[in-house]
Design a protein around this ligand. Structure first.
Ligand code: PLP
Length: 380
């Protein structure tokens, strides 16, 4: 018997404690976490973030956005870094994308948003409309109009959809939920150039790829582009609900007083966690270390599975890795769990790995060993 809607298929275990890269269930069994709770606890279970939270909880944990917030200011400044970005804080990825869609429409006075097939942008009506997957929308009736879907990595398909009413193009630089598919570098560069020429805003959904997940604070840094609008959530506050929209300061007039808002957005606990998270990620050498560890993980998996009859590709960017397989995803996830490793799936045929960025080399080897075992025992 459950009192919950069964919109999630839940595994029959409950995590009751966490430490570093490990989760501990109610029976006391420890699991190595190669999921970061779907790309959220990017620093693992981190004592410094925990301390920041406890400290903030001892002072004040909520104050409405009718008053100044030096915590929001500090997080916004850290997020902007050397970029010309202003921030708006909300509570989730879908909300960040809603804000992005609203900002793009208001700033341009146009309505059309071009996104991509197989994209994922969230579950609210606007974010769902942006999502290029029919199965996400099934049964929910009329969606938000003026969205159209281009083919990923195909600029000509974008050009075909552009018209007088096009406000923005929106994309993930690694399509996460649908199968861990990194965008091609030349496509992204050409798309950014095209958008600038046509005065179309470029929105990059960094909800999953941001906050160091790919080995840079933002995945757009790999592509040599600067989007007009960026959305963040998952890893932003290392597990506290939080989302953010970053937009170029030239867009500021469109988001004047009263135009958009959120009761909980920029909550003080979330901001205290986000600030500490950002401080840790900006320590010298942190991202270099993430890149070098993730290269080890990717290379070793590619080597181990190069001749596996049921694996057709191992790909990824930073600590975001997909193993494309013809084997049953649910069986693999369960077999890994039995052996003490938590992994994720993406789309119909991809095992997705999102280990904490702080994972150490020994833990990487442990995870690889379990994955090798699971895939070698597939047919037994
Ligand atoms: C998870 C995700 C979202 C939705 O975030 P929520 O916090 O669940 O609303 C949006 N975009 C991308 C790319 C995501 O991975």
């Amino acid at each position: 018997m459950t009192y919950l809607f069964e919109n999630y298929k839940r595994a029959p275990i409950e995590f009751v404690k966490a430490e570093g890269s490990y989760l501990i269930d109610s029976e006391g069994k420890a699991y190595l976490d190669f999921s970061s709770g779907i790309g959220v606890t990017n620093l693992g279970f981190q004592p410094q973030v925990q301390q920041a939270l406890i400290q903030q909880a001892g002072r004040i944990w909520h104050s409405p956005n009718l008053y100044l917030s030096s915590l929001q200011e500090q997080v916004a400044q850290e997020l902007a870094g050397s970029y010309d970005y202003l921030a708006f804080f909300c509570n989730s990825g879908a909300e960040a994308n809603e804000a992005a869609i609203k900002l793009a429409r208001k700033a341009t006075g146009k309505q059309g948003i071009i996104t991509f097939q197989q994209s994922f942008h969230g579950r609210t009506f606007g974010a769902m409309a942006a999502t290029g997957q029919d199965k996400i929308k099934e049964g929910f009736g009329d969606g938000v109009p003026h969205f159209s879907y281009a083919v990923y990595n195909d600029l000509a398909s974008v050009e075909k959809l552009v018209n007088q009413d096009t406000a923005a193009v929106m994309l993930e630089l690694v399509q996460g939920e649908s199968g861990v598919r990194p965008a091609e570098a030349a496509f992204v560069k050409d798309l950014a150039d095209f958008c600038r020429r046509e005065e179309i805003l470029l929105i990059v959904d960094e909800v999953q790829t941001g906050m160091g997940r790919t080995g840079q604070l933002y995945s757009f840094e790999y592509y040599g582009i600067i989007p007009d609008i960026v959305t963040l959530a998952k890893g932003l506050a290392n597990g506290l609900p939080s989302g953010a929209l970053l937009g170029k300061s030239s867009l500021a007039p469109a988001f004047g007083p009263g135009s958009h808002g959120s009761t909980f957005g920029g909550n003080k606990l979330a901001m205290a966690a986000a600030l500490e998270t950002l401080h840790i990620m900006k320590e010298t050498g942190f991202m270099e270390e993430v890149r070098s560890k993730s290269a080890i993980l990717l290379e070793q998996l590619q080597f181990a599975f190069q001749d596996h009859p049921k694996i057709s590709a191992v790909r990824g960017l930073g600590m975001m890795i997909g193993i494309e397989t013809s084997a049953s995803l649910s069986k693999i996830v369960e077999a890994a769990r039995q052996k003490g490793l938590i992994i994720l799936t993406a789309g119909e045929n991809v095992i997705r790995l999102l280990p904490p960025l702080t994972i150490n080399r020994e833990e990487i080897q442990q995870g690889i060993a379990i994955l090798k075992e699971v895939f070698s025992e597939l047919d037994e």
